[in-house]
Design a protein around this ligand. Structure first.
Ligand code: S3P
Length: 179
């Protein structure tokens, strides 16, 4: 079991799992949080790409989204078999119920939120997201609408719009300790 000490209080948390729409800062905050806790950091998309020896855009292009989602489920389950990690998940990993159950069983799940405007600004320079190809603003608004309740299952959620990475990490630690 893995412990977090905060202000003299010790709690046991197996992993911290970050979920949220693309561009909500799961990877950058996750790295910061892992450093603060002295835990390892794991990005499920990066692990999947490494194991498959290909990129997510290529997987979508060559095999389709359903194939990617099956690999995503396998990857997540394998990662969450270990503990003491901060895990950043892909924005759509929450869509499968089995993934949601796995996350809740193996960690403290934190949803990061941001406004559509913030997300559009953060992802506009990145062309590696197959689901955001085409008209970026339209894609973000449509997917956010489709997924408006997809992250509600998390133990807690944080609006990252006006917070620094350090402030977000602080809040996650405080909430994990209170949980
Ligand atoms: C996806 C989000 C991406 C990646 C894939 C699909 C999604 O991860 O898993 O492109 O369905 O929201 P990020 O949230 O890290 O961009």
């Amino acid at each position: 079991m893995t412990s977090i000490w905060e202000k003299g209080i010790c709690v046991t948390v197996r992993n911290i799992v970050l979920v949220g729409f693309m561009g909500t800062g799961k990877s950058t905050v996750g790295k910061k949080l892992a450093e603060r806790l002295g835990w390892s950091f794991c990005d499920s998309d990066a692990v999947l790409e490494e194991v498959q020896q290909t990129s997510i855009p290529e997987l979508f292009r060559d095999h389709g989204e359903a194939h990617f989602r099956a690999l995503e489920t396998e990857t997540l389950a394998r990662i969450l078999d270990s503990e003491g990690q901060v895990v950043a998940t892909g924005g759509g990993a929450v869509l499968a119920e089995s993934n949601r159950i796995c996350m809740l069983q193996h960690g403290f799940v934190v949803a990061l939120n941001a406004t559509a405007e913030t997300i559009i600004q953060r992802v506009s320079a990145d062309t590696n997201r197959p689901l955001l190809q085409g008209n970026l603003e339209e894609r973000v608004h449509t997917l956010m609408e489709q997924r408006k309740h997809a992250y509600d299952f998390a133990h807690t959620s944080i609006d990252t719009t006006d917070l620094s990475e350090d402030e977000i990490a602080d809040r996650i630690i405080q909430q994990a300790v209170r949980h």
